[in-house]
Ligand binder design. Sequence first.
Ligand SMILES: [Zn+2]
Length: 463
Amino acid sequence: MSIPFSHDATPDLSHAFAHIDTQRQQFLDRLIDYLRRPSISAYGEGIEAVADYIAEVMRKIGLTVQILPTAGWPMVFGEYATRPDLPTVLLYGHYDVQPPDPLEEWISPPFEPTIRDGRLYARGVGDNKGQHFAQLLALETLLACYSTLPCNVKVLLEGEEEVGSPHMPAFIAEHHQELQADLVIISDGPVHESGQSTICFGVRGVLDLELRARGANRDLHSGNWGGIVPNPLWTLVHLLASMKNERGEITIDGFYEHVQPLNELERQALASLPLNIEEVKRSLALQRLDEPQERGYFERLSAWPTLTINGIHGGYGGPGSKTVLPHEAVAKCDIRLVEAQTVEDILAKVKAHIQRHAPEVSVISHGGMDPSKTPLDSAYTEPLHQAIRAAQGTEPLLVPAMGGSLPEYVFTKTLGIPTFGVPYANADEANHAPNENLEIERFFMGIKTGAAMLAYLGAMQNK
Ligand SMILES: [Zn+2]
């Protein structure tokens, strides 16, 4: 049966959902076939073959597909145009996977997909092949049931996400015309620990820094030279102490200048996220959370920047004692940025601070990415919310921004498109770890959710 898609405010998805239920086995078999093919961007294994493979899958579904080169691994880009008056959705995912090491910790081999206890085990099953494959099968389902899609769809699959998307900013700038869309949906990462679905509106940014202090041209005897020669470790310790106080406040001039306070909607969303602080403390064997104490748990993760010392190194740390006056000290730090801070501005402020407090310390930036945030009251929030309810029977949690960092700013800032994270994977998917897995029901739920999101977005016309 094939009927034109109805652009009613409440789409009837029963036909599409029934189709997905009857196709379960072949959908799963096809995912398994995809997962058998390694595509490890870290050292290039299988990347080009898998780009060709998934491009062919997308062509067979009915998309117009191009494999677009970058200075690294290629992007796979597909399009299906329905009607110009309907919304255009850009679905982003990545076809590369993490290296599978350590191999000996896998119960079944990483590229021999295996089902155990309702879960499919394979490298990349959650991150991200199972999730974008679900999106593609949603398109296939809608086309099979209605011979058209409820809105215009673009699909962008990256081949370098697992190595930090080094060519994404240049690619997005170069192809901004083809990538124009009304919204971006990213299905990656896990749902909430409680098992509830989430709609994620943003991510924190990150800036990686290395601070290097030098003293004499070689290590020296602390008795013969202590009090004469400056100690680069003390230089770094004083410098770091000048950057953050005991109250937990970052004391770099102007650091908080562009931090946007949470609005009422964001406060409400954060307040409704499930949380058991005592359990968190117990599981981490903590007596207290970090300063400032009065700050809310999720507010810390989504609305406040951090300065983390990742490591501080120099001198002697071996057994017994060694009365050395070291000649060099290094601190590695990261700064998590929140809307509307930028990497460029914060790096300049850090450099100005160091120039004032310890001009002999050199600052090396190891790159970063800007934060990203889409407003919770976006016109697309409601249809996505309704679609998740229709496909899954439960309400999604709304997460204003995740604590971690992804290059979502290329969509929200470079392209100016609201961007929504709608993950499908279980919270214990073990992405980047041995025994990566995806609950099979979540894969099918992902296909239904993908179909429902497009249907509800297409139905916005009549609202
Ligand atoms: Zn990953």
